[in-house]
Design a protein around this ligand. Sequence first.
Ligand code: NAD
Ligand code: TYD
Length: 359
Amino acid sequence: MTLAQRQPHTILITGGAGFIGSNFVHYWCNHYPGDRVIVLDALTYAGNLNNLTDLDTRPNFRFVKGNICDRPLVSQLLTEEAIDTVVHFAAESHVDRSILGPDAFIQTNVVGTFTLLESFRHHWVERGKPEGDRFLHISTDEVYGSLGSTDSAFNERTAYAPNSPYSASKAGSDHLVRAYFHTYGMPTLITNCSNNYGPYHFPEKLIPLMCINILLGKPLPVYGDGQNIRDWLYVEDHCSALDRVLHHSPPGETYTIGGNNEVKNIDLVTMICNLMDELSPELPVHPAKQLITFVKDRPGHDRRYAIDSTKLRTQLNWQPSVTLEEGLRRTVQWYLTNSNWWQPLLSEEYQAYYKTVYT
Ligand code: NAD
Ligand code: TYD
């Protein structure tokens, strides 16, 4: 299918003011300017309208502040906008916050996903079950639990074994999405992606936290022995994978998405320090790696995640285009250039959260 042959779509993007959601909104608006894009986002602490500023003037774009658990609102939006595609990012997404308070995770990730599914099911039936409709649920590799150092990477057949309230709530939502395909024939899709990084990443997550603390000359808290491994994917590559899934996958499929970039946390933090030293000659503490501080481990901290993306590569012809070295360089540069984006996020609420986790 060429771009010229493609029919325009009307897409509801939930959580489009968050990190990955906003990157996806930018990606989609750039690649498919003829599509109508509706963002539904509750603007929790992690949602930020500054992630979408340049889209305000775009025709075919609408932002709606609202909660995915609000069924009348969701149903009304689906109908009045004649939505044919849902891309569902909205979630509580931070493991450390799920340990401190799991309630919001169950509410948004499980009940919210159920609410969206049920609303979309009625909408889809009322419209005569159009063949091209899709409900794409964005999930995480954390549903598969933790790998040992010699275990094979996760793939679409790996059994679920979530270990944190966050990953358990995401696992619950994945099961609901799967059930809606098998029970009702609803055209759902699920993607389970590894750790993303890039612009608009909220300061509480590892990579932005390290970038910002280096710029402020604050300690760089590395949990436990720093030997935990994550598989990092540049966020734009995640967006291109979702694009391929939406355009080329039959309904009912699941795909694992990864960057093939397994790195120990301590090595990643050291890479960020070195890049900061190179790109910013006026750091408060130089070389930045002097700031690395090992701190008490996260409870139930998964040791290793790794993803086998063979299905996505062979069936949908996708592969990541940004190396870890290049992606980190772009990301570090972005945090250096955009202090006016991240400064306001270091609010009193954030400081209180930081104190609870790190002291
Ligand atoms: P994020 O925390 O940056 O953004 C979440 C967004 O959802 C925010 O804009 C927030 O306001 C919105 N939101 C939260 N609760 C809501 C509700 N009840 N109703 C409406 N909006 C609500 O998260 P992210 O890192 O961009 O992750 C997006 C999705 O991708 C999540 O589903 C997450 O599980 C998944 N995921 C994330 C990663 C990662 O590395 N960040 C990796 C794999 C999968
Ligand atoms: P994070 O960005 O929270 O993602 P996730 O827990 O979803 O993988 O953390 C990535 C890794 O970095 C994880 O192993 C925990 C570790 N980490 C630290 O060592 N220090 C920190 O301050 C944070 C936030 C994370």
